[in-house]
Design a protein around this ligand. Sequence first.
Ligand code: LLP
Length: 440
Amino acid sequence: MAAPAPASDAPDPSVAALIAARPQLSMHAHDGLLLEGVPLARIAGVLGTPAWVYSAGTMRARLAELKAALHGMDTQVHYAVKANDHLAVLRLFAAGGAGADVVSEGELRRARHAGIAPEHIVFSGVGKSVRELRLALAEDIAQINVESAEELEMLSAVAAGMGRIARVALRINPDVDAGTHAKITTGRAENKFGIPYAEAVELYARAASLPGIRPVGLALHIGSQILSVAPYRAAYTRAAELVHALRARGLEVSRLDCGGGLGIGYGDEPGAPVAAFAGVMRAVLGNLGVTLMLEPGRWLVGPAGVLLASVVLVKGHGRFVVLDAAMNDLVRPAMYDAWHGIVPVAAADLHGPAASVDVVGPVCESSDTFARNRALPALRAGATVAILDAGAYSAVMSSTYNARTLAPIAMVDGADWSVIRDRQVYEELWAGERIPPFLA
Ligand code: LLP
């Protein structure tokens, strides 16, 4: 599951348990819910709602925790930009020593704009266009992860034409089940991603013979929101076998890109066990003599973000709590049935009698539902709530459906906070539109 709902017979974690499981959150009797040292009510007061808030301290601490777990291995972390592509987030991770994993021209441009050097950028993705490959080569980025024989030929032609050499990792499809939601599993043979395991050695040999291509290693990524290490062990074991097979053919392999996918706890359960994950890397890949690259997204940023929303009204004899945030802001519940914690921001709102409610948005679709049958303290119109773990695949997946403007973003750091994106203004919604002459 993308964010497994607690088993239907298990009660939802209480608001207190959700806060207790997140060191970045605390409830203060007077100031209400704090993210790091900043009362979220204060930010909602200035920015209005809906509004996103990111915790810089949480992102920094998580990168440090991951790097500590990897200690002693030859590793490089490339943050998966797709999870949260804000320039401030990219700058923060670059300052912490991470590079960037990008999947589009836009992400490559963002990473460069945030100050990430080309030698710290890896380009992944199943359908890079000629234009994107050209840009990657012109920038001379660290590595292009190639996902098919067709892409390899295309890249060779483009690189040779430009007189450049592309450092290439072949993304293999290890055909393992990551045990995650079907929409975000990527390492099964039936998924569109990667090169079939059985074809990898031949294609690598072909790559070594092509003009403009220097194969440097292999890449894999088996899915997202993975909570156990078993699928990683299976995939890494297959990758290690391939490295041996390639070397037996006299082919050089110096890098293995291990992908991302580490899951987080959306309820009060722990997230992916990072120390155990690093232990699997050490045990299965530690002696291969390759640089081990990682592309985590969600694990680094997911817990660091909240979406603030206000109750517009409560209808249906208390059954439906209608927020001013909607599926256009945060689409994960509608798209993956994802479970996100919802916590009142005012301490006084914690103490009302709990009721089972549906928390919904104002968009004209039944899928515009953040939570069903959720036990929450009674909330009145005007109350503010924080939807938790909205740092990954959240603001980046927003749309302007129903002509709703993109929400503003603030970042907190200790007791400090700053607006890092303004609320979109309505004129921006139609700024690029034209009425054709025949309708004028
Ligand atoms: N590398 C590659 C090649 C990927 O495709 C992805 C994510 C990552 C790294 C980072 O994965 P992470 O560490 O964040 O799990 N929108 C979905 C998740 C889609 C993941 C796509 N690929 C969601 O909201 O759950």
